[in-house]
Design a protein around this ligand. Structure first.
Ligand code: SAM
Length: 376
């Protein structure tokens, strides 16, 4: 049965997510604010959760209504026949965000939604589902924007960007979905070497290796929201996962490398790569950017997000010198393409290099840019 779904993503990533959806077989995509709407069946929904690299979650709307008060929200939620989606033995949790609406408190809106569902069950069956905010069997998502409420079953559960390979966080890691979006936006698909000389926790080379190996990000994920649904089809899900496993490439098509000045960070990156199943694929080393030289062999892409002060709280005076050294390192990479993801454009002049292109992105709330340099 065909249904309407909405895959959410970070701001500005909608066109990349739309391309990913087309790549898994979606016929028509409608990019919107913070996500992409699409139609499909359960099979496509499973593929989306398993394979999308840039999505945060995939929602299945069950109610859309105009609500201007808590009572209107309650009545709208009660108008849904909830026995189609859950039983009193399920646990639920409602995640809510509200913007520019008469209802202003997201926690209160979530509470009203939960009450409406539970009251319906008590009236009809004398029993109600319990709430489990940590690990609900049926996670729900309520989005209210300009008094338009959309209540959805959350087919993903915990955010899809949490791949599970990064248990301990270093200081300024890049969100995995954003890292994948940056790489996909460049058009690189594993056709030439990929090196990150400021790799931190290794997110960029790990996501790059997964892209090149055609390894779906959800392959070893513990749980998806749809696994608690009444219409979950275990056979279909097992087949889709098995097919994806078979379609993975056995051998890395090119060289992957990551280095960083901090030995502890490199150790962590190695652990993360191992947890991601690509420990044998990526060559890690401890290296100051001032000593970086491209490896012999074919030229490729150098991809990194250098420190820019905002998150590490690093004294800004240290950074011009670091960017000068990074610029020197890039000039040694003749024939390579360099991609820098930066949040502080004023530092770029210290590279003393002319960019080929600049694309705006957001890292959380920080305005960032992905900048391309073709090194001649
Ligand atoms: C913004 S973080 C990179 C985060 C990384 N993309 C991740 O996902 O974890 C910048 C990294 O540059 C490294 N770094 C700072 N100065 C360096 C230098 N002189 N040479 C090499 N790496 C350096 C830091 O140790 C830090 O890990």
């Amino acid at each position: 049965m065909r249904q309407r779904f909405f895959a959410t993503c970070g701001r500005g990533i909608e066109p990349i997510l739309a391309q990913e959806l087309i790549g898994i077989g979606v016929k028509a995509v409608r990019p919107g604010r913070g996500g992409v709407e699409f139609e499909g069946d359960l099979e496509l929904l499973y593929r989306a959760n398993l394979s999308l690299r840039t999505a945060i979650r995939v929602l299945r709307p069950v109610l859309q209504a105009t609500v201007r008060s808590p009572d209107e929200l309650y009545d709208a939620v009660r108008s849904v026949d909830w026995s189609r989606y859950l039983t009193p033995d399920h646990t639920i949790a409602v995640d809510c965000n509200v913007r520019d609406s008469a209802l202003t408190h997201s926690k209160y809106a979530a509470l009203k939604t939960k009450d409406a569902i539970c009251d319906q069950f008590v009236d009809r069956f004398g029993r109600r589902p319990n709430v489990d905010v940590i690990d609900p069997m049926i996670p729900l998502n309520l989005h209210i924007y300009r008094n338009e409420a959309i209540l959805s079953l959350d087919s993903s559960g915990p955010s899809l960007h949490k791949r599970g390979y990064r248990p301990v966080l270093t200081k300024a890691p890049l969100n995995e979905a954003l890292a994948a979006a940056l790489i996909l936006s460049t058009g690189w698909r594993g056709n030439c070497p990929f090196i990150d000389p400021m790799c931190g926790s290794g997110t960029l080379p790990i996501e790059a290796a997964w892209i090149a190996l055609n390894r779906p990000p959800g392959l070893t994920r513990r749980r998806f929201g749809f696994q608690g649904w009444l219409d979950h089809d275990i056979q279909l899900w097992t087949r889709i996962r098995d097919e994806a496993r078979t379609a993975m490439h056995k051998h890395p098509p090119t060289l992957f490398a990551g280095s960083d000045i901090r030995p502890d960070v490199v150790e962590q990156a190695q652990r993360n790569a191992k947890a991601a199943g690509v420990g044998h694929v990526i060559q890690f080393s401890v290296m100051d950017i001032k000593d970086f030289c491209p490896p012999p062999g074919p030229s490729g892409v150098l991809f990194c997000n250098p420190p820019y002060g905002a998150r590490l709280g690093k004294a800004k005076e240290d950074l011009p010198e670091l960017y000068r050294r990074l610029g020197d390192a890039l000039r040694r990479c003749s024939g390579w393409t360099a991609w820098l993801f930066v949040g502080n454009s004023t530092l770029l002049r210290h590279l003393r290099l002319q960019p080929t292109s600049e694309t705006p992105f957001f890292n959380g709330k920080i305005h960032c840019k992905l900048i391309r340099f073709d090194i001649r």
